[in-house]
Design a protein around this ligand. Sequence first.
Ligand SMILES: Cc1cc2nc3c(=O)[nH]c(=O)nc-3n(C[C@H](O)[C@H](O)[C@H](O)COP(=O)(O)OP(=O)(O)OC[C@H]3O[C@@H](n4cnc5c(N)ncnc54)[C@H](O)[C@@H]3O)c2cc1C
Length: 277
Amino acid sequence: MRSLALAASPITPLNPDEPFVAEYRLLWCSLPKHPAVAAGHSVESHGKDASSQFMSSKDRSWLFVYERLPKATKSRASYSKADAEVFAQRLAELFIAPDTKLRDVFSSRYTAGMANVEEGMLKHWSWDRIVLVGDAVHKLTPNSGQGYNSGLQDIVVLVNELHKALSSSDGGCLSQDTLAAVFSRYQTLRFKITTDDCKNSNTIIRMSCWQNWIFWLMDRFILPYLPIIVTLRVNTGIAGTIKNAYVVDFVDGDEPFEGKVPWTHRMPRPSQKREFG
Ligand SMILES: Cc1cc2nc3c(=O)[nH]c(=O)nc-3n(C[C@H](O)[C@H](O)[C@H](O)COP(=O)(O)OP(=O)(O)OC[C@H]3O[C@@H](n4cnc5c(N)ncnc54)[C@H](O)[C@@H]3O)c2cc1C
């Protein structure tokens, strides 16, 4: 998109060539379910410049190990399987769960990979008839597990807006002006939410790696001794955000799950379905 915009006009407002910054790198692996973490549970270890997340399902476990880079970088990095092995050997003694070190987990891996954890968000989400969604627009750290979901929400909002525009068109190809308005509404609806998602996940990685003394104090002493803060954060902050997830507003369905926190946008019942033009 950037190359095309630049070729079309040198004065087009552009995103930077390397828009994302990485301050951490990440080793991940999947393995047969490890006994250190019960199915449906996760264990985290936090420390100076490194942290881990270890979680299990009924038959599989996943490990994420984060490490602060010596210097923040905008350059893309590519790590080989050998790089991942060297990293795992260097941090072999890292505490992962009670009686479990990194070396115990990594040795039983199915697959493993390593990447820099890119962070950031683009200013321009579309140009001409091109529009971006997901990681192409915003990079969240994996800590809060919201990256995929955030990209999916982009698609839902974009598809709803496109559907609205098509419903009120005469059936032909949407004009450039109409598309520009659709893309602008899509970006407006998603911008604030995505900005908050980025801030949240970026804070979590820094807190878990004790990036400064305030995060260390919060993570090491305040949150463990005042679990009410975590409970409030989950019940109001996180739930308050997730309940606002958009649904495809022209496909009807019955909500299969009713939780303690009701959805703001419910799936339309057949009678509420908007007719496609
Ligand atoms: C270790 C790890 C754990 C994660 N855990 C979670 C989690 O628990 N929950 C969660 O919500 N998110 C998680 N995420 C984030 C999530 O994986 C991403 O946010 C999501 O995959 C982004 O989807 P996407 O389609 O935007 O981009 P991608 O998944 O990157 O898909 C882009 C695709 O485009 C292809 N492509 C690239 N260039 C070209 C080209 N020129 N031509 C054709 N094809 C091209 C790529 O090969 C790729 O298949 C995690 C990420 C990582 C790295």
